[in-house]
Ligand binder design. Structure first.
Ligand code: SF4
Length: 512
């Protein structure tokens, strides 16, 4: 074998350069399904199934295209990790070189590099051309600034790529349409929503589901509703379905939350993007075309493109800039355990029960459910950042570390001390009340911080402001939020502190 081309479970782009350049007479693809990738965090059954099903569809497409392939199926080989499986094959196949597209996980890059080093086989790391901004360009952009904020990056990339631009100016005269976007739904709710396009599991996917049930029977989550796209064709159909039916209302309601409506107007393509079943370029072009053809308003299209072209590329750049140190940061010195109900959904807080329930059922929650329900609660409670990071990485079908880690440890938990977000994203139960109908079905009252019906979010919010007063009360972006704390009497604040400690003790067993 001349080149052994390693393809990981989140690198399933049939048009990737190493595949296109493969010489079937001399080169060979290499893929392995290993238990370690489902157990290094306690992976949701839908997440494991999605990876396995998509890998097997990719494998069959490669074989059909005449690309030679070594493929290790779960349960059909003795290796627990990618590193072990690769080490064995390097000894057996003795390739001249291993080619690896940069993995989405620092841990995997380290372990595969070590394997090749010990085997004495040169390893060539290729940059991942799926992404629109190379790591070198990101470093160049970031290197010139004191702060690396999304808004600056997003404008820079839009200008550079000419996305939603007209005569050198942003379309519509503005970069940002947040004032039109991010609204709650009308109080009557969204009405009858058309169900998003789902994909009935075919024989290959059903086999992957059975393997996951066999190998990981006690893992969290359900497969009963599994209908994610597992091939490039399905990913494209999912994108079209979104553009045609949900994109027009995506902008205004992207932050809205509603009982029993896990999808609302969201795209359902993040997992397909992260497994590289579809390219961000294709997604952005389809969204922009919908606006140019008058099929979707600019505010919605801009809001959506900001997520894909801005946020997604931005978090990836930051991940590689700050790994592995990011894993160690804990700027707010949070030390609590993750409450057990994150794995079961069993809580009387409606917003959390709803978000966790759909997470366990579907492996999905949208960005505000993640940021302002599960993430917010963990931050207010003071959960240890690595515990929360492992939970997010485990339970979402689209979770690959490069995207999950910065979202959790940076944006959501402020564990990086503000390298990513200028301030902690904290709010009380009143925010959830404004953006959802969850509170209407809850035994707690979002406007109450003490007493029997006190909303734990609201109690913990004031307690958070109090605990971090010294750090943020004079911070220019947060002064206003902290100034409200001054209006609370010492007696009331003492009662809030006691209530917060009760919540902490009950939920995490903390005795401090
Ligand atoms: Fe969540 Fe509090 Fe609203 Fe209940 S009252 S749903 S706990 S925000």
């Amino acid at each position: 074998v001349r080149h052994l081309i390693v393809v990981l479970g989140d690198q399933l782009d049939p048009r990737a350069r190493p595949l296109v350049a493969l010489d079937p007479a001399r080169d060979c693809l290499w893929m392995a399904e290993v238990t370690g990738e489902s157990t290094h965090v306690w992976s949701h059954k839908a997440r494991s199934t999605l990876f396995l099903a998509a890998m097997r569809h990719f494998r069959d497409a490669c074989l059909q295209a005449g690309r030679p392939l070594v493929y290790h199926r779960l349960g059909h080989h003795p290796h627990g990790s990618l590193a072990e499986a690769l080490a064995t094959d390097l000894a057996r196949l003795r390739p001249e070189r291993v080619i690896l597209t940069r993995p989405g996980d620092h841990r995997v890059l380290q372990s595969l590099t070590r394997v090749c080093d010990s085997a004495g086989v040169p390893l060539e790391i290729r940059e991942d051309a799926h992404f629109l901004v190379s790591l070198e360009s990101f470093r160049h952009w970031a290197g010139r600034r004191k702060q690396t904020r999304l808004e600056h990056f997003y404008r820079h990339v839009r200008e550079q790529m000419g996305v939603l631009m007209e005569d050198g100016e942003p379309a519509g005269g503005r970069w940002n349409f947040d004032t039109e976007n991010r609204k709650p739904l009308p109080r009557a709710g969204p009405g009858m929503l058309r169900a998003p396009l789902g994909f009935e599991p075919d024989a290959l996917t059903r086999e992957a589901m059975a393997d996951v049930e066999r190998h990981f029977p006690d893992h969290p989550g359900s497969l009963a509703s599994f209908d994610w796209p597992v091939s490039p064709e399905q990913a494209r159909a999912a994108l079209e379905d979104f553009i045609d039916h949900r994109l027009p209302a995506f902008g205004p309601y992207q932050d809205a939350l509603w009982t029993g409506e896990p999808w609302l107007y969201h795209a359902r393509i993040s997992a397909a993007l992260n497994l590289k079943l579809i390219s961000p370029r294709e997604v952005i072009e389809a969204a922009e075309a919908a606006w140019r053809e008058g099929r979707a308003p600019l505010a919605s299209v801009e809001g959506f493109i900001r997520q894909v072209l801005g946020w997604r590329e931005y978090v990836r750049g930051l991940y590689w800039q700050h790994m592995p140190e990011w894993l160690e940061w804990n700027a707010l010195e949070a030390g609590e355990a993750l409450p057990g109900f994150y794995w079961t959904g069993e809580t009387d807080m409606r917003c959390l029960a709803e978000t966790l329930g759909q997470t366990l059922e579907l492996g999905y929650a949208h960005h505000i459910q993640r940021l302002m329900v599960t993430g917010l609660f963990a931050q207010l409670l003071g959960v240890r950042p690595p515990a929360l990071h492992e939970w997010y990485l485990a339970v979402y079908v689209d979770a690959v570390e490069w995207v999950e880690l910065p979202n959790t440890l940076g944006m959501s938990q402020y564990a990086d001390g503000g390298r990513m977000a200028s301030k902690p994203y904290v709010a009380s139960g009143q925010y959830i009340k404004r953006m959802s109908n969850y509170c209407e079905h809850c035994r707690y009252r979002p406007d109450q911080a003490v007493g029997e019906q006190a909303c734990p979010f609201t109690t913990l919010y004031w307690d958070f402001l109090d605990r971090h007063r010294a750090r943020f009360s004079r911070h220019p972006r947060t002064t206003l939020q902290w100034r409200n704390l001054e209006r609370i009497s010492p007696e009331r604040l003492a009662a809030i502190r006691r209530k917060a400690q009760d919540i902490r003790t009950t939920l995490t067993g903390d005795r401090t």
